[in-house]
Write a protein that binds this ligand. Structure first.
Ligand SMILES: Cc1cc2nc3c(=O)[nH]c(=O)nc-3n(C[C@H](O)[C@H](O)[C@H](O)COP(=O)(O)O)c2cc1C
Length: 163
C-alpha cells in the first residue's frame, strides 16, 4: 500500500502486482488513424492471439497518436545525460515522460509495435518514442554485468505502395 499526501490532498492505492506466471504485453500503436487503420488491425490480431497463448495476461497500451512525445532538444538531452545545457536549463518534464515510457518498457515481458510507413519511414511519433526510451545508462550501455535484459518484441508494419 502506498500513501501520498501533500497540497491538502491525500491518496492511497494498492499496486496490483502480476503473479509470477502472469505475462505483460506492451502494445505500441503509431498510426494517426483510429478508424480503418491496417496496422492497428494487425496489432489487434496479434493481441488476440497473444491473449490466447497467455491466459490472464495483461495488455498495457501506449497509443502514440495520443501521447505526443516532444522532439529531442538540447535541454532534453542535457536532462537525459545530467549535463547542464549551455543555452538553457534542463527540461524535467521530458525526463518525467521518458521515465514513464521506460518503466512501461521494462515492466513488459513482450512488446508489439504497430507502425505504418510514412514517407519511407516510421511515423515521427514513433521515432520520438524511440528517442525517449533509448537512454544511455538506462536502457542501453556497456557494463561489467554484460548486456541488459532482452525482451521478445514484434514489429508490425503496413505500407501502401512499393516501398
Ligand atoms: C503521410 C503518409 C505517408 C505515407 N508514405 C508511404 C510511403 O512512403 N510508402 C508506402 O508504401 N506507403 C506510404 N503511405 C501509405 C501508408 O503506409 C498506408 O496507407 C498504411 O496502411 C497506413 O497505415 P494505417 O492503415 O495503419 O493507418 C503513407 C501514408 C501517409 C498517410
Amino acid at each position: 500500500m502506498f500513501h501520498f499526501a501533500g497540497s491538502g490532498m491525500s491518496h492511497s492505492f494498492r499496486l496490483s502486482r502480476p503473479t509470477a506466471d502472469m505475462k505483460t504485453l506492451l502494445r505500441i500503436d503509431s498510426s494517426d488513424r483510429k478508424q480503418g487503420s491496417h496496422s492497428r488491425a494487425l496489432a489487434d490480431f496479434f493481441q488476440t492471439r497473444w491473449l490466447q497463448a497467455n491466459p490472464g495476461g495483461q495488455i498495457v497500451s501506449r497509443d502514440l497518436a495520443e501521447t505526443l512525445a516532444p522532439h529531442l532538444s538540447n535541454s532534453t538531452i542535457a536532462a537525459f545525460t545530467g549535463v547542464k545545457a549551455a543555452d538553457g536549463s534542463p527540461s524535467p518534464e521530458a525526463v518525467i515522460l521518458s521515465d514513464v515510457l521506460i518503466a512501461e518498457l521494462q515492466a513488459a515481458d513482450q512488446i508489439v509495435i504497430s507502425s505504418p510507413l510514412y514517407n519511407f519511414n516510421v511515423p515521427s511519433t514513433l521515432k520520438a518514442w524511440i528517442d525517449h526510451v533509448v537512454r544511455f545508462g538506462r536502457t542501453f550501455g556497456m557494463n561489467e554485468h554484460g548486456s541488459r535484459k532482452q525482451r521478445d518484441s514484434t514489429s508490425l508494419g503496413r505500407k501502401a505502395g512499393g516501398y
